[in-house]
Design a protein around this ligand. Sequence first.
Ligand code: SF4
Length: 467
Amino acid sequence: MNICFWDTRARSVSKDFAGGFGVGMFSGRRTLSQRLVSWGYHRDRRPVALNFAYLAAIFREFGHQVEYCADQTPPAADVYVFNPALGTIDIEQQMIRQLAKSAPKARVLVVGSTAYALPQEFQSPNVTVVRGEPEQLRTKLDEVLETRPAVVDVGSVKNLDELPWPDWSLFEPRRFAIRYDFTRFPTGLVQQSRGCTFTCNYCPYIMIENKTRFRDPERVVAEIEHGMRTYGFRSYKFRDPLFGLDRQRVLRLAELIGKLPRKLEFSIESRIDLLRPETLQALREVGLTSITVGIETPHEDTLRTYKRAPIKDDRQREFVGICRKMGIRTVAGFMIGFPEDTEESIKHVLHYAREVNPTYANFNIVTPYPGTEFSANIKNLIADRDYRKLDVYHAVLKYEHLTPQQVLDLHAWCFEKFYFRMSYLRDNAHLLWPVLQRFGIGVGKVTVTPRPRRMKTSAAESQSEAA
Ligand code: SF4
């Protein structure tokens, strides 16, 4: 069979992020400093979504011909696969409609989080919406093509080690670059686990499956080595939403990464309270360059309202400080634009972000991702139902104290005020330009005292110990 992956790179949407719903990039244009921040974001060429690379490997294993087509009229094929993002949903819908006319005998499979949450948006006689993890098609593709259901629930992959390694060869992997994390390119994506045991009610990562599943560290590092050899990857972004959950696995992974024949840069995403200084040090020694963390807001009541377990203020500051000293970038997410937010509460988020002073601060406008508990709870407060605006850069709610335009203005203002100040450069210059670290600038010795095993400081760490 000929199978074509159809994709769009329009609107700078990174489809792998936000649990597969995709996120845009900051595109402020009003002032010179906004333009500079926007330029910093747009230098990236983010990798194609990991699920496409997995499906390419799976389909090839079964002897099918696979092709990739981005933003063009697709070639003739038996099956077309789409992985729409919310921010580009109209583009994908239009191409699916076009295929219904130009290739009525071909089957269209729509996969990913947007398809999972909004199956009704893709109804057409030639379409099957595949709800669940698309890699399940490795056992269900023939049945789906034969029975031609409008919607099929395929569930999630129980044993991640049974999956083949992602095949990136179709997607121009040598152009992939994530510059906020790395200095070496191209950049690949990899996972050592899926799912998250926490229950933040706005989070799209736990929509399909929140039970955590792990891969064998040996297989993960073998995949990385294969990617370095085959596609020339010199950096890898781990796409686990909660990388630090199982500390013993993390340490084993660090040990194996340290044995790779070439030096690798890699980045991870985790809750702050899952990563102890000694774990950070072990990861830093073998190439960790950047950690994405969600700080969200300093308002603990807000966090509790949306079922996010707060982390102590001093722990967050200490964590960013330790990373800074070790030469690890921190990419911190902050949320503004909750329905009850005021100008003062948003300014307080900015003030806190400036005090913690991570290398990058992503100010995200609260987004009601369809299918999440948060979205259901506040459905009467959603003012703008244009899915394309669910990209963390649009204000789509009815706010108690602010207009959507005020939220947008405050959002742009947060970006400007965070980056353009001397204390930002003072703390982060050696991370933005790591060459400075060779002269001892910014980095220093961190005294690491391993904690006794029984000393647990949070619910999160309790889970880490138990995992
Ligand atoms: S910790 Fe919360 S926000 Fe992060 S992946 Fe888990 S549920 Fe989502």
